[in-house]
Design a protein around this ligand. Structure first.
Ligand code: KG4
Ligand code: ZN
Length: 342
């Protein structure tokens, strides 16, 4: 028989994503983003995001079906992100998914946003090795996850104790007068800069910190260090070398991200590192991970940038894995849970 056709809905932050997969084959990945509406506030405004999801939902579902060349009636199961994320934003996706499941008479699968960021890699690189280690870095999260079963066994080994890595990129970009979201702009500016020009701190890497926070991250001290450095420069009347600051800051983030991820993989005897989330699009992070992992005999998997940022295909991919492994569907009163743990 044909593999199941699964439609996935993602609304946890500012992207309305609808993806369609058959088995682990990607058929459509429609995304409508409200990021431009948030740009002038310098961050995502929850109410603005919820309203944008409401407006974009039906057209985005339509666009995904058109691209995949399927009708809603052909869909075998609906998957939806039910957490973690912005409460009001999640509600739009969950309510839409329930309405589809009920009206089509098909099962609904609530999926975890973080696990979906990992599962998406299967659409590009084939079955995920289990166990593998996932480094998830986005505007909302920075986590190290040990994955023994993508549908049931995703266990956090560490996480940021303050800002997420993407948040640090966005805040530093703002300091440097670069637009929101800042990650891609820092990445670009850094290409012309010297990454060893300024020695910015690597959070939670002192011997004492490693005792309690071996696999945790911290980026707020780094952000403050960049702010102080830039202020001192401005006070001295000298121009701020934006490219050097961007490159040195980016190096501090990527260095510690990769160092701890590979340390965790080695500690667990894991030979595959998956990197996901919006920050995985960072060019330096990809190069550094490949370089250092290669020396340890660890393989690195990073989905293409369009699959790293929030999208519906990742939700469909995880939902499809749940169908394939005969997991129980969710009840139709599935709640949205803004702080859903992995
Ligand atoms: O996964 P994502 O689209 O949304 C969240 O769930 O947060 O991640 C967005 C984050 C933003 O903070 C953005 O600045 C960052 O990913 N980002 C990058 C790059 N592209 C996006 N950070 C560093 N380098 C990039 N090339
Ligand atoms: Zn995300």
């Amino acid at each position: 028989p044909d593999e199941p056709l699964v439609l996935g809905i993602e609304t946890s932050c500012d992207e309305t994503g609808v993806g369609i997969v058959r088995g682990q084959t990607l058929l459509a990945d429609a995304v409508a983003s409200s990021v431009d509406e948030h740009a002038r506030f310098g961050g995502v405004v929850p109410e603005v995001a919820s309203r944008a999801h409401l407006e974009a939902m039906v057209p985005t579902i339509q666009r995904a079906c058109d691209t995949a060349g399927v009708r809603l009636a052909d869909v075998d199961a609906i998957a939806v992100t039910h957490g973690p994320g912005l409460a009001g934003a999640l509600l739009v996706g969950v309510a839409s998914a329930k309405a589809l499941a009920l009206s089509l008479g098909k099962p609904i699968y609530g999926v975890n946003h973080l696990a979906a960021h990992v599962a998406v890699d299967q659409l590009e690189h084939g079955p995920l090795p289990e166990p593998c280690l996932a480094l998830l870095v986005s505007g909302g999260h920075s986590s190290l996850l040990k994955v023994t079963d993508i549908t049931t066994g995703v266990d956090p080994m560490g996480a940021t104790i303050d800002d997420a890595a993407g948040e640090a990129f966005d805040k530093v970009a703002r300091l440097l007068g670069l637009p929101f979201p800042g990650g891609p702009h820092i990445d670009r500016a850094a290409r012309d800069g010297n990454k060893v020009a300024i020695d910015f701190p690597r959070g939670l890497t002192s011997r004492r910190d490693l005792e309690r926070h071996r696999f945790d991250y911290s980026f707020s001290g780094l952000k403050t260090a960049v702010a102080r450095w830039v202020e001192a420069r401005e006070r001295s009347g000298e121009p701020v070398p934006v490219a050097d600051v961007a490159a040195s800051f980016q190096e501090a983030v990527c260095d510690v991200l990769v160092r701890k991820a590979l340390d965790a993989a080695s500690a667990e005897g894991i030979e595959d590192l998956m990197i996901g989330g919006g920050v995985a699009a960072n060019s330096r992070l990809r190069v550094l991970a490949e370089e250092r992992a290669g020396r340890l005999g660890i393989r690195v998997r990073v989905p293409r940038p369009g699959l790293c940022t929030d999208n519906g295909a990742m939700v469909a991919a995880l939902g499809s894995a749940m169908v394939a492994r005969n997991r129980q569907p969710s009840p139709l009163d599935l709640p949205a849970d803004s702080s859903l743990p992995v």
